[in-house]
Unconditional design. Structure first.
Length: 213
């Protein structure tokens, strides 16, 4: 059994301190009984500091078998995805600290994970999501520059550490570093982080009510 199910029960979890433990320890029969009705996976990765918490990326992990009926059948896709994120953050040690990151995972019925991901991206507008167009590239898997005419992603421009993104001296940045920093500042000014449950619930309820007449 993997990190996915325990995350669902524990809520917010530190990325560095908890993930190895979660990946290595089996769940008790009591815990398994509680999560047996649950399905698929939704991930929210966030960065925090002493004053505020900002959502960096929202994502999902699809089960290998799209017909999975239980959490057990869905397998370990989420824990693998989390571990991949952990490694990428750890490589960018000159600009990022793994201790500053937390994640939350929600088990959902197979087929609903995309809708959950899309809603969270629209709600939080995380700067690392490709859909937001600010500091995308975190989820890239190391495309070789000779395979196609690649540009270095904004994420790799700001956060050095992944060798394949800096191996080719001819590879150009998709956007200059100064422009990326300005884009982030402008984005956060327009969409301040929802750093409390109260703010999140208020935003959710406002959207449910719709525009005022």
């Amino acid at each position: 059994m993997t990190a996915l199910w325990r995350c669902n029960l524990l809520g917010r979890i530190n990325m560095k301190a908890s993930l190895p433990d979660l990946l290595s320890k089996p769940l008790s029969p009591e815990i398994q009984a509680k999560i047996r009705p649950a399905f698929s996976a939704q991930l929210l990765l966030q960065k925090h500091n002493a004053t505020r918490r900002s959502r960096q990326i929202s994502g999902k992990a699809d089960p290998a078998d799209p017909s999975s009926k239980t959490a057990f059948e869905q397998g370990d896709k989420l824990s693998g995805r989390l571990n991949e994120h952990r490694k990428n953050i750890a490589k960018a040690a000159s600009t990022l600290r793994l201790d500053d990151f937390e994640y939350r995972a929600l088990v959902v019925q197979t087929g609903w994970q995309s809708a959950a991901e899309n809603y969270l991206i629209d709600l939080f507008k995380p700067i690392w999501n490709n859909e937001v167009g600010i500091c995308y590239g975190f989820g890239k898997h190391g495309d070789a520059p000779e395979t196609r005419a690649n540009l270095r992603s904004p994420w790799d421009t700001l956060h050095h550490g992944r060798d394949w993104a800096h191996r080719d001296p001819k590879m150009m940045d998709a956007r200059p570093k100064a422009q990326i920093v300005k884009d982030i500042a402008r984005h956060l000014a327009e969409y301040p982080p929802l750093d409390s449950v109260d703010k999140i619930l208020r935003r959710f309820l406002d959207e449910m009510r719709g525009p005022a007449a």
